[in-house]
Design a protein around this ligand. Structure first.
Ligand code: TYD
Ligand code: MG
Length: 449
């Protein structure tokens, strides 16, 4: 029996349709054969062999915390929550050209130095191409086994024969299963192949990393459909300059999902950022409109620089543009400033930019955004030694941020002299004379401008 599946979004139909009702794509329906149970088979309950499964009280299950494999790439381990867990399946998504293959080859090298065997299955590049990259990265090792193939069923015999400690599949879009009658890279193939790899990983207890491409416009028709099958989903992104690469967790059954790892792409491959928390702070002089804040991502804090530019509006409506900060949040902040301080911003274009191309969700940067608007408006530059942390409410009140003590601690450790935060923050007494506590944004204005 066959059915028709949209190659673009995976919508299924019993008959061929010209235009997909789900994603509006034309001519995207392909015939696939459906695997169904044998005719006249007995009812399911009669088919299942009723072997007794071992059960045990949860209190008696022992977890081997040492079992995690440390890869030796700290930023990678940190993002995974402390290393690779046996049998774990990781999906590594990212746009073509971000450096996924490079990262995996370097990971393979680090593990090979620890006498681990790695099976690198590539469906995208020939062994020569990988060898050239490997020479460039200096990752030649007997422990890295290379297999160039596209048919997924060929992986299992190799895994059985060589028993690798890690399996890497580059990429899920380039492999196909001969069981499914659908073309390589289609949604049905992606699902089938991921299913196959997940089973292989769980049955043999081999950690597996699956690389998946994400298209430029962020439509993740491919990897999104398989996210639920894997244990951990990582996304690898470039910042605007392309120099910094950010590794992010979007799902993790074995750790926190807020972790980020930062790498730099050099001519010899990816290096871990030497001082990740300061990566996004420029060394330039502070000018009016520049403010530093501290965001908390997972177990780490990062410092970011916010810029505001205020111009007189020349053409009709005032422009309000935020890059890296939520547009609606900016409109709200401007309204709060006008209401609570009386500063007229109606005839100003306001542009907010987060340096380094980061998109910030942490609301603790509100205070820094307000400070940068004040600074841009009054044309007074702030000191490079101050960090502004806090959320701003609709009445102009400054609210405390999460993990405030760790943020203060990190700020002082990195040489900042003063942290400006909410009066209601519950801070350690040892930080008392290093912080400036304020009630609301008009107090901020009086203090600094
Ligand atoms: P690659 O790992 O092939 O990306 P992906 O697998 O995600 O598609 O890396 C692609 C980019 O990285 C490519 O534009 C070249 C650059 N690169 C370097 O700058 N230095 C290096 O040492 C290597 C290997 C790649
Ligand atoms: Mg690649």
């Amino acid at each position: 029996m066959s059915s028709y599946v949209c190659a673009n979004c995976g919508f299924e139909s019993n008959k061929w349709i010209g235009k997909c009702p789900a994603c509006n794509e034309w001519n995207s329906f392909k015939e696939v054969s459906r695997i169904i149970g044998k005719k006249n088979s007995k009812s399911i309950s009669q088919n299942i062999s009723l072997t007794k499964l071992a059960i045990s009280p949860i209190s008696e299950i022992v977890v081997d915390s040492e079992a995690r494999i440390k890869t030796g790439i700290n930023e990678f381990d940190c993002v995974l929550g402390g290393g690779i867990v046996p049998g774990m399946v990781i999906l590594l998504g990212g746009e073509p050209g971000t450096g996924k293959s490079t990262l995996m080859l370097q990971l393979a090298k680090m593990l090979s130095l620890k006498d681990k065997k790695i099976l690198y299955v590539s469906g995208e590049e020939s062994s020569q191409q990988i060898k050239i990259r490997s020479d460039r990265l200096n990752t030649n090792s007997e422990n890295i086994l290379l297999m160039c193939c596209n048919q997924i069923e060929q992986i299992e015999p190799t895994v059985k024969e060589h028993a690798p400690d890690l399996l890497i599949v580059d990429s899920i879009q380039s492999v196909y299963s001969s069981v499914i009658d659908s073309y390589q890279g289609s949604v049905t193939q992606l699902r089938e192949c991921s299913n196959y790899l997940t089973k292989l990983a769980k049955n043999n207890n081999i950690p597996t990393i699956i690389i998946g491409h994400v298209t430029k416009d962020g439509v993740v028709a491919g990897p999104k459909t398989i996210e639920h099958m894997v244990d951990t989903v990582l996304y690898f992104e470039s910042d605007k300059s392309g120099f910094h690469k950010i590794l992010r967790t979007s799902k993790n059954r074995f750790g926190s999902t807020n972790e980020i790892g930062i790498f730099e792409m050099t001519s010899n491959g990816l290096n871990e950022a030497p001082n990740p928390s300061m990566t996004f702070i420029s060394t330039n002089e502070m000018r009016s409109g520049d403010v530093i804040s501290c965001i908390s991502e997972g177990s780490r804090n990062f410092f970011i620089e916010i810029q505001a530019l205020l111009n007189d509006t020349n053409y009709g409506n005032a422009q309000r543009v935020a890059v890296g900060y939520e547009q609606k949040k900016l409109a709200m902040i401007l309204a709060v400033i006008e209401k609570n301080t009386g500063i007229p911003l109606g005839n100003n274009d306001v542009f907010i930019n987060i340096i380094g191309g980061l998109k910030i969700k942490d609301s603790a940067i509100d205070l820094a955004v307000v400070a940068s608007i004040f600074s841009g408006f009054s044309d007074i530059a702030l000191s490079k030694n101050s960090v502004f942390i806090g959320e701003v409410g609709l009445n102009g009140e400054v609210r405390t941020a999460s993990n405030i003590n760790s943020r203060i601690n990190e700020s002082l450790k990195l040489g900042f002299k003063e942290v400006v935060l909410s009066k209601n923050s519950n801070i350690d007494s040892k930080f008392k004379n290093k912080v400036k506590m304020i009630k609301d944004i008009s107090e901020l204005f009086k203090l600094y401008f």
